[in-house]
Design a protein. Structure first.
Length: 202
């Protein structure tokens, strides 16, 4: 089955709402989104890991909310079919296995961005997760036990770095305050303390 046939095998609702407008502003139709996130890009996303993790790509849930509930499954079926064809696996998944895998991914990993899924698939075809038979269980297990922990650790590290940067910036701003600014801040603190003190008196 071709990529086009895989897309056509599921109908897409075009119902929209206010929360989907930003994505529709960039990609008015599901077709335009699929063209931008073509499976051909899976082979190169490994060069842009930070962008895949922290960029503006929508989550699978947002994709469904914007273009219809089957949108994420359709897109993943095309991507999984591409990986199935391009990889040198000793065996390949059937269309039914591809559909099952795509559906299971959307159900469990709806919070992942499309770009994150593509980064994971890049790892499959480049051997980052070793050699394996491409079964739904293998793919879901690798996504759950290898990619998701890697992704969560990257987010935790980024949050820690941002917190440290904020602390550093706040300290720098405090050092650069004028005496007048420091005096105003102290007056505000004193007023708050007085109000708290009055409020606790019986």
């Amino acid at each position: 089955m071709s990529d086009k046939e895989l897309v056509q095998s599921h109908s897409v609702s075009t119902t929209s709402n206010d929360t989907t407008l930003p994505l529709r502003g960039r990609f008015p139709t599901f077709t335009s989104f699929c063209e931008a996130y073509s499976p051909d890009n899976i082979t190169i996303v490994g060069r842009y890991k930070e962008r895949c993790l922290f960029g503006t790509s929508p989550t699978l849930a947002t994709l469904n909310k914007t273009y219809g509930n089957s949108s994420s499954v359709q897109l993943l079926m095309v991507h999984l079919s591409y990986v199935n064809e391009i990889s040198f696996f000793s065996s390949r998944m059937s269309v039914q296995q591809i559909e099952f895998t795509a559906t299971a991914i959307v159900q469990e990993f709806y919070y992942l961005k499309v770009s994150e899924i593509m980064l994971f698939l890049n790892g499959l075809i480049t051997g980052a997760y070793g050699s394996f038979y491409p079964t739904p269980v293998d793919i879901l297990t690798l996504l759950r036990e290898r990619f998701t922990p890697y992704r969560n650790a990257a987010y935790a590290k980024r949050e820690e770095e941002e917190l440290q940067q904020k602390i550093s910036d706040d300290a720098e701003r405090f050092r650069n305050m004028t005496d007048e600014e420091r005096k105003r801040i102290q007056e505000i603190k004193d007023r708050i303390c007085r109000k708290l003190s009055i409020g606790t008196e019986d």
